[in-house]
Design a protein around this ligand. Structure first.
Ligand SMILES: [Zn+2]
Ligand SMILES: [Zn+2]
Length: 404
């Protein structure tokens, strides 16, 4: 028997219902906020991710589904969605239309070659949005509001964490201060963090090691060293969140660790699956378009993890719906099809192709969760009528075929 690859799984029945419900809900809300769908290829040149996700990241360093194709190109299955969208944005020369705004949403599979463990798949799915051309912090707020709307519609509780990552003016001097602080306590930091001091010191802030975290309590904080523009924007964001009653907490260790990220960073976490699992994250990345050879364009976006949300979503109650059509004699079966075709204009219809006794039909109708079980028996066939039972109201009627 051939099985699915390790870390990859099929979705069927209840699970695929959850999946579709999440994507449909998120799509509906993204459209209300003015986003249009973008579909980009799953396979891209490896250098796209090296440049956008960053060579120092674990994703690029260890987890990429990277291979050489038959033409000798170094390619990679996308590990996340933003890079492809930005690549497409630059390729379509949308970066040259500087006074316009572009908003895209996407969803689909992402691939990371991780050691499979609970809650981590090698093929997983994300829904995300990217907004280009809007530098205002109002857009950051609007995106946070939109994610809040999505979780509300899905019946999911969350905690919002926010931080500011500064800008090219205030981040470099802060980084310098941080490196000095980290160098002093170097010996007590974990091995990874020791490497990060050189390669990516900001990433030390979100090290999961408890010892590192306890040392960081006294580290310099960027939020207290923002330039006036970043400080004003962060204050404005807090004011907007408060005025809309969106609860949040400041998390100074919430960082993204790549140079093109700036200002607002946020994460939605849930306490229902493990401790504080991130269910969505995003922020402003004003310099990524430039990083990928485009004209400097402000941008902000987020992605949410569909698999994690599948564990949390409250599914709407599935109600009985539509018709089940059957006949008790072989000769009546042909007559079911015109009736089914007519009903399918508006309703779900299941047709049973084999003649059966009434009791068997009722059982089948129940199994497909039909609201109405409609059966043509011997008398009904002669009279060109059909017997219908409403399985909710428990009422029975006989109607002419034309009146179904
Ligand atoms: Zn700044
Ligand atoms: Zn560490």
């Amino acid at each position: 028997m051939i099985k699915a690859l390790r870390g990859m799984k099929d979705l069927t029945f209840e699970e695929s219902e959850r999946f579709v419900h999440i994507v449909t809900t998120a799509t509906t809300i993204a459209k209300r906020y003015g986003y249009s769908y973008i579909e980009t290829p799953i396979l891209e040149e490896t250098k796209l991710f090296k440049r956008s996700v960053g060579e120092s990241s674990d994703i690029v360093g260890k987890e990429m589904y990277q291979f050489e194709d038959k033409g000798g190109n170094d390619v990679c299955m996308r590990p996340e969605g933003t890079a492809g969208v930005v690549r497409s944005f630059v390729q379509a020369k949308l970066d040259r239309r500087q006074n316009e705004k572009f908003k895209f949403y996407y969803y689909g599979p992402m691939f990371r070659y991780e050691r499979p463990q609970k809650g981590r798949l090698r093929e997983f799915h994300q829904f995300g949005c990217e907004s280009f051309g809007e530098a205002s912090v109002y857009e950051d707020f609007t995106i946070i509001q939109m994610i809040g709307d999505i979780f509300k519609a899905l019946g999911i509780g969350y905690k919002l964490k926010i931080n500011s990552l500064g800008c090219p003016e205030c981040m470099p001097p802060y980084r310098q201060n941080l490196v000095e602080f980290l160098t002093e306590c170097k010996d007590e930091l974990c091995e990874d963090c020791n490497r990060r001091i050189e390669t990516n010191p900001i990433r030390v802030l979100d090290c999961k090691n408890e010892k590192c975290q306890s040392l960081l309590v006294n580290s310099p904080k960027l939020i207290k060293n923002l330039c006036s523009s970043c400080d004003d924007d962060f204050a404005k964001l807090e004011r907007l969140l408060k005025s809309e009653n969106i609860e949040y907490e400041l998390d100074t260790n919430l960082v993204r660790g790549l140079d093109y990220y700036s200002k607002t960073a946020f994460e939605f976490v849930s306490n229902e699956i493990g401790s504080q699992s991130a269910i969505a994250g995003g922020g402003r990345y004003d310099r990524l378009v430039e990083f990928l050879d485009g004209k400097s364009t402000p941008a902000v976006g987020f992605a949410l993890g569909i698999e994690r949300i599948m564990e949390l979503v409250k599914m709407p109650e599935v109600k009985r719906s539509g018709y089940y059509l059957g006949a008790m004699d072989e000769e009546a079966i042909d007559s079911l099809f015109p009736l089914a075709s007519k009903k399918r204009d508006t309703e779900k219809v299941t047709v049973e192709y084999a003649p059966k006794k009434l009791k068997a039909h009722l059982k089948n109708a129940d199994r497909v969760n039909a609201r109405y079980c409609a059966v043509i028996g011997e008398d009904e066939f002669k009279d060109r009528t059909i017997w219908i039972k409403d399985l909710v109201e428990k009422k029975e009627v006989v109607v002419a075929w034309e009146e179904l």
